[in-house]
Ligand binder design. Structure first.
Ligand code: ATP
Length: 486
């Protein structure tokens, strides 16, 4: 029997949710393409996040910043120097692998390689098994492996500039903090949210779309007054957990995991992961989203970066080699500070950051919705998506392709399409058409049949219960609207 993840991977391919990238050329490892159903699903996940984080809140605004940013951004943020994994090379097959899961508490090297833990890990290398060839204990000394992708910008050989593909969307938010403050009416406490692609040259990729080298993040930086940060941290922790539950993930498959103090990045005051019980191996709790109290670290770093750039222009120093200057004493009055005109005080806000993965949550929504059940001696595959997440909201069928049924059904489908994603299907037996929609996670199917011609009623079938009821064709739109709650 295949594991559940394999069932999902095969359903995703069969029904056009997710394909291997460049499959016709043998595929490109860790890269995936979202097909017709998958792109709708992913867009719905994005929209659900945006709705709860931006649309429903008076204190959060949106942003869409560019993937390429000035190299100093990554210098100031610490990524250019520190965003690395600790790796070792197998001396038998030359494959790189991450040095982790060897020493307790040392799993997470990303963003801050702790020399003490690294040394402990190095001692344990004689027990490590090479994931490629299975050799035991034949490894080089641990070394840093930079996770940011680099490329060159500009066509002229002389003035080409090395740029990075962003490894997170958050820095675009910090870099626009001042712009947003100056162009809108927001006041601390407030947040800036954005969704976009990020890129990391991960040493090991994992389990389908769980960890890939190109992925989409949904991040929000919430700026608040120092001293109120713990309260906001609590608020966002609860909000974010609830979001997954609201959109249909079963509570028993979700949990919080607080980071241990030695796991925290040096600037973070607290960090918690929302974890989901993914079906890898024996059922594996894995991070879905991280929520961190990042203090004033990021804005302070960018203030330093802003001072450094002036020095670069004046002295023509190589941008990639600049070191950040000592911070001025009155840093809290710097260009990225906030002036509270009621309290008459100026400070650098603290930041609470909920950082989620759109692909990773799409996988969680898929896994959690997936169900197999026996119906009349046959297996029914069904994706029990929340209506807001379901790629198609309703399918419309003529029972048979004659007596004017296709025309009536076609017209109804076109009417419904103005309001939500609707699918028209007239091919094959109606039972088969129902099953196909079950597999796509479509909450409702509407069938035009012989009786429709007599009394203008249609059958509405609900996905989970498979219950059918007859309603007037004129009421289909309002019925669906009410039941889909969209
Ligand atoms: P991990 O330890 O799983 O690699 P991380 O702790 O480095 O993740 P963060 O930097 O906190 O991840 O990123 C925030 C979120 O972005 C993660 O919770 C995850 O949902 C998503 N994410 C990060 N890296 C990847 C990736 N390589 N592929 C898919 N999603 C990712």
């Amino acid at each position: 029997k295949l594991t559940k993840l394999d069932d999902i991977v095969s359903l995703c391919k069969r029904r056009g949710f997710i394909f291997q990238s460049s499959e016709i050329y043998g595929g490109l490892a860790s890269c995936y393409d979202y097909g017709p159903l998958g792109s709708e699903l992913k867009r719905n996940v994005r929209n659900a996040w945006w709705k709860s984080m931006v649309q429903m809140r008076d204190d959060v605004v949106g942003l869409d910043s560019s993937i390429f940013m000035h190299p100093l951004v990554w210098k100031a943020s610490g990524h250019a120097d520190k965003f690395a994994d600790l790796v070792t090379v197998c001396q038998k097959c030359n494959t790189r692998s991450r040095v982790d899961h060897l020493t307790e508490g040392a799993e997470e090297h990303t963003e801050h390689i702790d020399p003490e833990l690294a040394a402990k890990d190095a001692k344990n290398l004689d027990k490590k098994v090479c994931p490629a060839c299975g050799a035991v204990g034949k490894f080089s000394a641990p070394m840093e492996f930079k996770l940011m992708f680099q490329t060159e910008m500009g066509a002229n050989v002389d003035d080409q500039m090395k740029v990075f593909l962003r490894p997170e969307t958050a820095q675009g938010i910090f870099a626009n903090f001042r712009n947003v403050l100056d162009s809108t009416r927001v006041k601390v406490p407030f947040g800036i949210a954005q969704i976009g692609k990020s890129f990391r040259n991960e040493v090991t990729t994992k389990a389908f779309i769980f960890r890939t080298r190109e992925f989409e993040q949904a991040e929000m930086e919430f700026f608040c007054e120092p001293g109120t940060d713990e309260e906001w941290y609590k608020h966002w922790k609860e909000q974010r957990f609830q979001w997954y539950v609201e959109y249909g993930i079963k509570k028993e498959n979700l949990r919080f995991r607080d980071h241990d103090p030695d796991e925290l990045a040096h600037y973070a005051k607290a960090c918690v992961d929302v974890e989901y019980k993914f079906p890898f191996g024996q059922g594996d709790w894995q991070e879905l989203e991280g929520i961190a109290n990042r203090t004033d670290y990021d804005l302070r770093q960018h203030q330093r970066g802003m001072r450094t750039i002036n020095d670069w222009y004046e002295n023509g120093r190589d941008l990639t080699k600049v070191t950040l200057k000592e911070e001025a004493e009155d840093y809290h009055k710097g260009p990225l500070s906030f002036f509270d005109d009621q309290e008459k005080k100026r400070y650098i806000p603290y930041v609470i950051e909920p950082s989620a993965g759109i692909d990773r949550s799409t996988l969680a929504f898929l896994v959690d919705a997936y169900d197999e059940e026996e119906v009349k001696g046959k297996t029914r595959n069904v994706l029990r998506f929340h209506p807001a997440i379901a790629p198609i909201k309703a399918a419309v069928f003529p029972l048979v392709k004659k007596e004017g049924m296709p025309e009536i059904a076609g017209k109804l489908s076109n009417d419904l399409k103005k309001h939500f994603a609707c699918f028209y299907d007239e091919k094959g037996a109606v039972g088969r058409r129902y099953r196909r929609q079950d597999e796509a996670g479509t909450p409702y199917c509407v069938t035009v049949d012989g009786q429709t011609l007599e009394d203008d009623t249609v059958t509405v079938r609900e996905r989970d219960s498979m219950d059918q009821q007859r309603i007037n064709i004129d009421q289909v739109k309002s019925y669906l609207r009410e039941n889909l709650d969209i």
